[in-house]
Design a protein around this ligand. Structure first.
Ligand SMILES: NC(=O)c1ccc[n+]([C@@H]2O[C@H](COP(=O)([O-])OP(=O)(O)OC[C@H]3O[C@@H](n4cnc5c(N)ncnc54)[C@H](OP(=O)(O)O)[C@@H]3O)[C@@H](O)[C@H]2O)c1
Length: 305
């Protein structure tokens, strides 16, 4: 472990799903801050090591790799033990890893040439039906990654974050999370009511979603028809963010939509660069003491849930 003086000035950071896309760029931007040590994590050792080597070649010797699959409790435990033994605490956690929950015919989607504004409005669900397929297993994987994965990683790292004088958690969400996009009023109200929100209630909503998915009753029961599993996974991620922020008022815990970024997760239909997309997560990671907590950022600005 580093000497005490150096250790106090250092900021130890974890970014999940950071071998590519916005996560990789978030690591790069955070690593450019003096005194930062950034742990680039990825579920695939080879892809993660390659990304880390790329950053070393760009001069970021303060980036270290550790394997992390957010679906695998042993992998999460191993990361927590590594940080505990090597650094003794964690200052910033960026929960960036995400899954779309879809099987996509990429060429078919490109051929539709959908206008980005129409895509973001969520009104093209019927139009993309032929090229975007969903399955129960993919929907489960999406909820498991985007909500339960974040929860698992956060719970494992919280004891280390509690040792930080100014802990930050940035949960990378999506504009699909926005409550106004959920047609079912009671789900919308429940997810929007911080007084009554709890993990149990959030998880009951997810169970109901999976039940309706299996019964082919998504539209009938008022879930978002555009990317349904992804949308609810990010809506509950925001709810979880608010629950955590209320529970740990000394930390700054926020969720952030990075923008519509050109990455693999949207089959490169996004319009922003990863440099632009990482700005919001980086801002949430670097919030000053006493800054916003329990909020949703649309890129770099606080917005309504
Ligand atoms: N791009 C956008 O327009 C947009 C908009 C809103 C929100 N977001 C959110 O932004 C975040 C980053 O996505 P991106 O746009 O940068 O897409 P991306 O390039 O596809 O990156 C997704 C990352 O998540 C990782 N991942 C998936 N499952 C994982 C698991 N079980 N354990 C660990 N890592 C896992 C992927 O690893 P592999 O390489 O191994 O698959 C990859 O590194 C996601 O949370 C996404 O939902 C993106």
């Amino acid at each position: 472990m580093a000497s005490k003086g150096i250790q106090e000035k250092t900021r130890y950071v974890v970014v999940t799903g950071a071998n590519k896309g916005t996560g990789f760029e978030t690591v790069r931007q955070l690593a450019s801050n003096e005194g930062f040590i950034v742990i680039l994590t990825a579920r695939d050792e080879k892809r993660g090591m390659e990304a880390t080597t790329n950053l070393h070649q760009l001069g970021f010797s303060n980036v270290v790799f550790h394997k992390l699959d957010v679906l695998d409790p042993d992998s999460i435990l191993s990361l927590a033990q590594f940080i505990q033994q090597k650094f003794g605490r964690l200052d910033i956690l960026v929960n960036n890893a995400g899954a779309s929950g879809l099987i996509v015919d990429e060429a078919g989607l490109k051929a539709l040439n959908i206008d980005p504004v129409a895509w973001l409005s969520g009104k093209v669900a019927k139009q993309v039906e032929g090229v975007i397929k969903q399955s129960y297993e993919k929907a489960q994987e999406c909820l498991n990654t985007n909500y339960y994965g974040v929860k698992r990683v956060t719970e494992a790292l919280l004891p280390l974050l509690k040792l930080s004088p100014s802990a930050r958690i940035a949960n990378v969400s999506s504009l699909r999370s926005e409550l106004r996009r959920i047609p079912n009023e009671s789900i919308r109200n429940e997810l929007g009511n911080l007084e009554t929100l709890s993990e149990d209630r959030v998880e009951a909503i997810l169970n109901k979603f999976l039940h309706d998915f299996k019964e082919n009753a998504i539209e009938e029961n008022g879930w978002s028809v555009m990317l349904p599993a992804y949308s609810i996974s990010k809506a509950v991620l925001n709810a979880y963010t608010r629950i955590l922020a209320k529970r740990y008022p000394a930390m700054c815990i926020n969720c952030v939509h990075p923008g519509y970024v050109d990455t693999d997760i949207n089959w490169h239909t996004g319009t922003l660069t990863v440099e632009e997309g990482a700005k919001g997560p980086v801002k949430c990671a670097l919030i000053e003491d006493g800054g916003p907590t329990g909020r949703y950022f649309d890129q770099t600005e606080v917005a309504g849930f």
